[in-house]
Write a protein that binds this ligand. Structure first.
Ligand SMILES: Nc1ncnc2c1ncn2[C@@H]1O[C@H](COP(=O)(O)OP(=O)(O)OP(=O)(O)O)[C@@H](O)[C@H]1O
Ligand SMILES: [Mg+2]
Length: 311
């Protein structure tokens, strides 16, 4: 069942470009990944079949893989279990199946913890133009898509509107304090390294990714940092097929490549200026994008997504 937006009998917490978040109680949130898709920070008018379930189930899969290394927010991504915990959702099982995650509620740190294992995207552009990342010099002579060893921890602000801005670790410290900043960097690196090793066994390069962390509320045992939000999904990461990796230029990526290619062509043809409203997407593009998401789920987990919404 496609979902453009949810309307659940719970208190809305916030609505992002892709996910609708609800309050369950003081300690729990419900994250619902819709089938909305954004590209170049603009949300498309069309939805992508199975996208929400792919994102939620990839996050759930990773959190199970990473459980021994990092505490996280997932309580359940299984609809019957969620309904047992939140009976108000009983009439919404079909539309939510696969896409909902019951989570521990935290206060999210206002920084995106980006880890870059390869030089790409906005980091490559800044490096190409000025030899720096977030204003700090990097080694000379690197090419686009070169591997970075060790990976770079490159935090960004969480912008409510528009593009996130890369910031120095120094600025991150001044936002959230030295101790938290150190902890977030350590955890980000550890989770990324573990994730990239697992992905490599599956022929996937995780070029870069973004994590969010939150502080647990209502806990007597002192404040604790846990991993929240989506984790190592095609929306929060760049995934490259390892078999055709070649530095010196941009890489084809899994995820929204068909959508980006289409939109790029529309821009070049002068039919789209990159702002809202986006052009309408042809069915082939919607279909190809959906297939990409399902394919990355299969490659990572080794199984096909259960697309029977009534399970
Ligand atoms: N365990 C948690 N506790 C509190 N907030 C959380 C938790 N997990 C995720 N969030 C928040 O839920 C929201 C998820 O929505 P979503 O990612 O769609 O929107 P966004 O990140 O605000 O905006 P964008 O559309 O740019 O991604 C984020 O604001 C995220 O910080
Ligand atoms: Mg987000």
């Amino acid at each position: 069942m496609l979902m453009e937006a949810s309307a659940l009998p719970l208190t809305p917490f916030r609505r992002g470009k892709v996910r609708d978040v609800y309050v369950v109680d003081d300690e729990r949130l419900l994250l619902v990944a819709t089938d909305r898709v954004s590209a170049f920070d603009v949300v498309m008018a069309e939805t992508i079949p199975h996208k929400g379930a792919v994102l939620t189930q990839i996050t759930a899969w990773w959190l199970r893989q990473l459980e021994s290394r990092v505490e996280h927010h997932m309580l359940s991504a299984d609809m019957s279990e969620i309904v047992r915990e939140v009976p108000q959702l009983r009439d919404h099982q079909r539309e939510l199946a696969g896409r909902a995650m019951l989570c521990r509620r935290t206060t999210v740190f206002p920084v995106e913890c980006v880890v870059r294992g390869y030089l790409s995207g906005s980091a490559w552009k800044e490096y190409r133009d000025s030899g720096t990342l977030a204003g700090e010099p990097l080694r000379k002579g690197m090419r686009e898509s070169d591997r970075l060893d060790p990976p770079l921890f490159s935090p960004a602000t969480k912008a409510d509107e528009g593009h996130d801005e890369n910031i120095t670790v120094e600025r991150m410290r001044s936002f959230i304090g030295d101790q938290w900043a150190g902890e977030l960097e350590r955890l980000s690196r550890e989770v990324y390294e573990a994730g990239r090793a697992i992905a490599a066994e599956r022929g996937i390069i995780i070029a870069d990714t973004k994590f969010e962390f939150g502080r647990l509320k209502n806990r007597k045992e002192g404040e604790k940092v846990i991993l929240v939000d989506e984790v190592l999904t095609p929306d929060s990461s760049r995934f490259w097929p390892a078999d055709v990796y070649e530095p010196g230029h941009g890489q084809p990526s899994f995820d929204k490549q068909p959508l980006r290619d289409y939109l790029d062509a529309e821009k070049r043809a002068g039919r789209w200026d990159g702002n809202y409203p986006p052009p309408r997407l042809p069915n082939e593009v919607i279909h190809a994008t959906s297939e990409r998401y399902l394919d990355i789920y299969r490659r990572l987990t080794g199984r096909s997504l259960n697309t029977d919404a009534s399970h």
